[in-house]
Design a protein around this ligand. Structure first.
Ligand code: FE2
Length: 486
């Protein structure tokens, strides 16, 4: 793309964004005021201050090999005009970071992601670049890539680059000049360091995109894939040779937009569920689709190729959602850990249940992304066989699934605490799979007590933590966590 066409695309995008932004604001302003919203109180309630502390109390021994920042991203709205239609998925982003080095906890800090929207309200200078699209939000995930930290969000907004002190620097599709949407869930190829992602733009409902970002942050490949109805694609799957496109029945809804909903997506009975298999070296015509009974997957554990060419895909499968989700995920849905085998000989899908415990935030030892693996990690979000209740949260557990033995183990963080996403870090680069540290932010259910970061030894599940770091403040329940080496 030359400079003129890039400039034209940015100008066109700004015009469309401005018109759509005004349209959204108008319809949202017509929703009658109500003070009630469960995602603004208790453990969900936003914090009101940015905090820095280098005086942290540590219990136990922080592993000396952990040199970096443990990051957590989530919504923390600076102001909410009308709680009635505030949607948890749309709140201004705040990043929380815990810096560890040589066995010490150097500091904790939280910072608003410096979108123009936020910096204007805070009286701060604009960061470089411009937001992409009418919704200036960066709140979903946070990763390290090409020497920087990046907030990443689906449906259109640009990533935002942060430095290692969590200061916001610029908008952009990593280090490229391309004006493309990205996703909250790229998959990192452990052999190349490249990001592979299925991305979409809420304003372009008839296509999604397979994009590869190379190690330097440039766009290496882009494939446009035709779809219908504007499906929400939060995650994807990746094997060594293929990408899995998750085309499920939560789609863009003009009706919801006209009703003034901040997140205009809903369950769509007319949209068949299917999963597409795209060769990484292929184009849209090479994709093969497998039909699936209606359900939806927001997050996957892993996927890999079998010797016979079939594909294993492990994920948290939800029965039905976005049926009544004006303010956040309140649907009484069932969730279970399933293993899907995509069988090319018969073009059919085999579904097996690995665990009926409702669970989410699936992770693995990321050295095994796209490859056969043994250990899967997640957090419980309810009781086995019962629908999820995100409003009346109870204490939860880390779940460790040994897929070789067919056994699962639990770790409780106490009756008063809820663990957020738990990530796995190998003890050393050569450690065997499953020998590492499991680290997460722990949230008090009373919505009052400060949060903690807990580090577990993966070989000592159910025992005392390796280390607990008391944070000076509460971290609201939020979305994704990741580790960035420094
Ligand atoms: Fe996610």
């Amino acid at each position: 793309m030359n400079r003129t066409s890039i400039r034209n695309e940015i100008v066109n995008n700004k015009l469309v964004s401005s018109v759509v932004g005004k349209f959204l604001s108008f319809h949202q302003s017509r929703v009658p005021y109500s003070p009630d919203n469960p995602f603004l109180v208790g453990p969900f309630a936003p914090v009101t201050e940015e905090v820095f502390s280098s005086d942290l109390v540590v219990h136990g021994e922080i592993p000396s090999s952990l040199n970096g920042i443990f990051l957590r991203m989530g919504p923390n709205p600076l102001e909410v005009e009308n709680p009635a239609n505030y949607n948890w998925f749309m709140g201004d982003g705040m990043v929380h970071g815990l810096r560890l080095k040589d066995g010490q906890a150097l500091w904790y800090k939280n910072r608003y992601v410096g979108t123009h929207h936020i910096h204007k309200k805070l009286g701060r200078e604009k960061i470089k670049g411009e937001p992409r699209g009418p919704v200036d939000v960066a709140n979903t995930n946070i990763i390290g890539h090409a020497g920087k930290i990046w907030t990443i969000t689906e449906s259109g907004p640009f990533p935002v680059a942060l430095d290692h002190e969590l200061n916001s620097l610029k908008y952009g599709l990593f280090n490229s000049k391309d004006n493309y949407p990205f996703t909250a869930h790229p998959h990192v190829d452990p052999d190349t360091g490249e990001l592979h992602a299925i991305c979409y733009d809420a304003l372009l409902p008839m296509q999604v995109y397979y994009q590869v970002i190379d190690q330097s942050g440039q766009v290496k490949k882009r494939v446009s894939i035709p779809v219908k109805h504007g499906p929400m694609m939060h995650d994807c799957g990746m094997t060594k040779t293929k990408m899995l496109v998750l085309d499920f029945p939560v789609t863009f809804s003009i009706e919801r937009m006209l009703q003034g909903m901040q997140l205009p997506y809903s369950w769509n009975e007319k949209h068949p569920a299917r999963i597409g298999v795209l060769p990484k070296n292929g184009d849209a015509q090479d994709i093969k689709w497998f039909d699936v009974d209606p359900c939806i997957i927001f997050h996957s554990f892993n996927a890999y190729d079998l010797v016979n060419g079939d594909i294993i895909f492990d994920a948290c499968v939800h029965t039905k959602t976005f049926t009544d989700s004006i303010q956040g995920p309140v649907d009484k849905q069932l969730i279970q850990f399933e293993r899907w085998t995509l069988q090319f000989g018969t073009q059919t899908l085999k579904r097996e249940v690995i665990s009926k415990i409702p669970q989410e935030f699936p992770r693995l030892d990321e050295r095994f992304v796209g490859k056969p693996y043994r250990f899967a990690y997640s957090i419980s979000v309810g009781n086995e066989g019962e629908p999820v209740d995100n409003i009346n949260l109870k204490a939860n557990n880390l779940l460790v699934h040994d897929l070789l033995k067919g056994e699962s183990y639990k770790h409780s963080y106490g009756d008063d605490y809820f663990t957020g996403e738990v990530i796995f870090l190998p003890k050393h680069s050569e450690s065997e799979e499953g020998d590492g540290w499991l680290i997460s932010y722990i949230h008090a259910l009373d919505g009052i007590k400060p949060s903690k970061v807990v580090i577990l030894d993966s070989k000592k599940i159910g025992q005392n933590p390796q280390a607990t770091i008391d944070l000076p403040v509460r971290v609201p329940l939020g979305f994704h966590a990741n580790w960035v080496d420094i």
